[in-house]
Design a binder for this molecule. Structure first.
Ligand SMILES: Nc1ncnc2c1ncn2[C@@H]1O[C@H](COP(=O)(O)OP(=O)(O)OP(=O)(O)O)[C@@H](O)[C@H]1O
Ligand SMILES: [Mg+2]
Length: 226
């Protein structure tokens, strides 16, 4: 099995005024290609920090992160953006859709940043929205969609570049349990199609559907779960 994500002794220390917070404290882990992993842990344990680092939205204070075997330490902002755009899709708890854009334009946004021509943007975003079951909601703005539909637009947006890795930070946190399970079913289907999926959840029943659970506590892996 290939390794999609590898962290070696990764720490992230935040500094606020004269106070420092060790959000991650020497994390080492490997996540296999095409695997399905849940990250669990109490509030403030470092889960979102971990996801931001894997997603190349932030860089560690110390330690090394490899994405698809590629060492990201020492990469500049442009190189990190390239990895983000090519290999990683990110889904946030609160959807983070642009309220003035309809579902189609929201889903197509990463393609705009990647410089894909308009017609292809439209075709690929339509195909992705259809894939997540929103063919008949493409012209709706976020305010005209349900919570589960918004989250599916966010998933379509995360996948429109066909990244191998899908990261989701509490993707079901703002959803009721039925809608949460629908999102999970979609993740299972995407995992079957070969996407590596890592998601954060507080819901033990959702986590138990995954092949692997990584428990985080006080910025450390409580027990690797393998
Ligand atoms: N930008 C920041 N600046 C300073 N401290 C931060 C920052 N982001 C997070 N922290 C601190 O780092 C620690 C880990 O935060 P993080 O957001 O990773 O936790 P979490 O496990 O995602 O929690 P939750 O379940 O509540 O989302 C917390 O103590 C938090 O206060
Ligand atoms: Mg968090």
């Amino acid at each position: 099995m290939r390794t999609a994500i590898e962290m070696r002794d990764v720490s992230r220390i935040y500094t606020v005024g004269d106070m420092t917070v060790k959000a991650l404290d020497g994390i080492s882990l490997e996540i296999e290609d095409t695997s399905f992993t849940a990250i669990m842990g109490p509030s403030g344990s470092g889960k979102s920090t971990l996801m931001s680092l894997i997603g190349c939205l932030d860089v560690p204070t110390s330690g090394t992160i490899l994405i698809d075997g590629e060492d990201t330490s020492g990469m500049n902002e442009e190189e990190l953006a390239y990895i983000r755009n090519r290999k990683i899709g990110f889904v946030f708890q609160h959807f983070s859709l642009l309220s003035k854009l309809n579902a189609l334009d929201n889903a197509a946004l990463p393609l705009l940043y990647a410089g894909v021509p308009q017609r292809e943007r439209r075709e690929r975003a339509e195909a992705m929205l259809e894939r997540v079951g929103l063919k008949d909601r493409m012209m709706h703005r976020p305010s005209e969609l349900s919570g589960g539909q918004k989250q599916r637009v966010a998933i379509a947006r995360a996948l429109v570049n066909n990244p191998s890795i899908l990261l989701a930070d509490e993707p079901t946190g703002a959803l009721d349990s039925v809608t949460g399970h629908e999102v999970m079913d979609l993740f299972h289907a995407l995992n079957e199609e070969g996407h590596t999926i890592v998601f954060v959840t507080h819901d033990a029943s959702l986590a138990s559907e995954c092949k692997r659970i990584i428990p985080i506590k006080d910025g450390r892996i409580a027990d690797d779960g393998t």
